[in-house]
Design a binder for this molecule. Structure first.
Ligand code: CA
Ligand code: CA
Length: 108
């Protein structure tokens, strides 16, 4: 015997089945790609930055301290890479950061 369900019930049942397939599909896709996920910090940073290395040459030296002083005095604007290489990681490039570099170089 054929049971005639109301149209709204059939539509809701179809939506429920479709939702279940979407849920299972996204869960399966998430399981397959979970091994490819990188930490957000590395993606945003584009790699590792040496603290204090403002010009990206791989070392923190006097020229990097001078760049920080120029930024701190407002002569130039810090790039996102330079902010990521902030020596004391407080989010701002100040004279203290330049002094930290010079102190590490034993110039102070
Ligand atoms: Ca440098
Ligand atoms: Ca700083």
């Amino acid at each position: 015997m054929y049971i005639k369900y109301p149209h709204s019930f059939r539509r809701n049942a179809r939506l429920l089945v479709l939702s279940a397939f979407c849920l299972v599909g996204s869960f399966t896709l998430g399981l397959q790609t979970s091994g490819n996920v990188q930490p957000v910090a590395l993606i945003e940073a584009g790699g590792l930055h040496l603290p204090g290395d403002m010009d990206g040459n791989g070392v923190a030296d006097v020229s990097d301290a001078m760049i920080i002083i120029e930024i701190a005095q407002g002569y130039t604007t810090a790039t996102s890479d330079q902010l990521r290489a902030d020596p004391n990681s407080d989010g701002a490039l100040t004279v203290d950061d330049a002094l930290r570099i010079l102190s590490n170089l034993s110039l102070l």
